[in-house]
Design a protein around this ligand. Structure first.
Ligand code: TRP
Length: 454
């Protein structure tokens, strides 16, 4: 007998799941740097506009697809294609979440390793050169990062294998609030350091002169990645939503939580960077090279804090990474349960194995396989770019076209407005529908083309 599909037990669990998926490495290592580089508060305003005008409508389309079908991504999209060939192609939709789950867990593994190291106190007296050299050596080594990657995926898989309520919900309900507490504590510490005001001004001073088309495109890309759009995460989580929950408010709250967390991460990191008198640099190096040193250099002020803060910081990265990884792995596991009729345990085990394998290749691409360079990227960088810049956009385009052009208008309306009972969304529906049919696809195509040329 077919089991009934599990549903989130309530609104908070649902929001914790969406927020947990959205809040991740993207918020901590990309947003602070991007905001600082690209006009501070001006970037934050642009980012919010992108989130509200483009990302949020896509959130709604993805979410309403999932809730209305009560199925996973491939099963849902399949119903809109009649031909056998078209249905077959739908299986390819899992490629993007598969790639993201795999390379994301490599960085998750780093976070795990750094967390453990922080606990042992090794960052206590590290110099800047040592911190940089350490990361270079560490990430290019063979065994350690691979082992941590496997442990990170094992933790995630163990949670996903337990199912929605006993696994995912339980973990998110504790972790997501904890993330906010942790980041707030670090913000307090960071902003109280001597010289932190420079960093606070750097983030707050709006410089609209820095907003170029390129910055606009990256703000857009960042908001897509940060809200986990275009690869089925939101769709699958929404299929676990009860019918009386509102898609519109879930979307708004997710954007709010995600953006607030990203801004908090900015205030946790940039003032500390300024206080240490060094340049805020990009990406993984900010988190894994600069920060261990910065925290260490604070040791002169208070040894206990310089021991404690890195622990809290890497714990928050680790927690944020696990809640995001869960949401991606769930897309894959759901697919094998629903489409291939595997048990949840078997499906999780299978996905775990495949992601471990792809992740190992990604991890090695920083070391022994670093000679494989494709247009200036190693394998990790390539998978990151292809999935974030191309596949997520294509997926979002597919969802927008399906909802705007293939789905029955009344059905779309009834899902979005909870059968007309949600008055605000009833009013906004015509605008939304027009937006999703015409504006969103054009924007997505433009972003896609820009990204291809970049
Ligand atoms: N949003 C997460 C972050 O900011 C990453 C993430 C989770 C994601 N699920 C996703 C990205 C699905 C793309 C697609 O780090």
């Amino acid at each position: 007998m077919k089991q009934e599909r599990e549903k989130f037990s309530g609104r908070l669990a649902l929001l914790a799941a969406f927020a947990g998926s959205a809040i991740g490495l993207g918020n901590i290592w990309r947003f602070p740097y991007m905001a600082g580089e690209n006009g501070g508060a001006a970037f934050i305003v642009i980012y919010l506009l992108c989130s509200l005008l483009v990302a949020l409508p896509i959130f709604f389309t993805e979410s309403l697809l999932g809730r209305s079908s009560g199925k996973g991504m491939v099963s849902t999209i399949k119903t809109f294609f009649n031909g056998k060939a078209g249905r077959k192609w739908c299986g390819l939709l899992i490629v993007a979440p598969l790639l993201i789950t795999s390379f994301y867990s490599v960085v998750g593994g780093w976070a795990l390793d750094y967390f453990i190291r922080a606990c042992t106190g090794v960052f206590g007296r590290i110099s800047k050169e040592e911190a940089v050299a350490f990361f270079g050596e560490y990430s290019s080594s063979v065994f350690e990062p691979i082992i941590s990657h496997i442990i990170f995926l094992t933790i995630t898989a163990a949670i996903v294998a337990r199912g929605l309520k006993k696994g995912i919900e339980k973990f998110n309900n504790i972790t997501v609030p904890m993330l906010f507490v942790l980041i707030l504590a670090i913000v307090g510490y960071s902003c109280s350091l001597p010289g932190a005001t420079g960093g606070i001004n750097y983030l707050l001073k709006p410089d609209f002169g820095k907003i170029t088309p390129g910055v606009l495109a990256s703000a857009m890309g960042q908001s897509f990645f940060s809200l986990s759009l275009g690869v089925g995460t939101i769709l699958v989580f929404s299929s676990y939503m009860k019918k009386d929950e509102s898609i519109v408010s879930a979307g708004f709250f997710t954007v709010i939580f995600d953006t607030v967390f990203a801004i908090l991460a900015g205030f946790a990191i940039i003032p500390a960077v300024f206080s240490a008198g060094i340049e805020a640099n990009a990406g993984p190096s900010l988190v894994f090279e600069t920060l261990p040193y910065i925290f260490a250099s604070m040791g002169d002020v208070s040894p206990i804090l310089s021991y404690l803060v890195p622990i809290l910081f890497f714990l928050s990265i680790l927690g944020a990474a696990i809640t995001s990884e869960i949401s991606m792995l769930e897309v894959l596991v759901e697919y094998f349960v629903e489409e291939k009729h595997l048990s949840r345990r078997k499906a999780t085990f299978l996905c775990f194995g495949v992601c471990v394998a792809i992740g190992i290749i990604c991890s090695l691409s920083f070391g022994p396989l670093s000679w494989i360079q494709i247009r200036g990227n190693n394998i990790f960088g390539l998978l990151d770019k292809v999935s974030s810049n191309l596949l997520m956009i294509l997926g979002s385009l597919l969802f927008a076209v399906v909802v705007g052009w293939k789905m029955d208008r009344n059905k779309v309306r009834s899902e979005l407005t909870n059968e007309g009972t949600n008055k605000v969304s009833v009013k906004l529906f015509p605008l939304f529908y027009f937006w999703v049919r015409y504006i969103v696809p054009v924007m997505l195509v433009l972003i896609f083309i820009t990204n291809i040329f970049n």
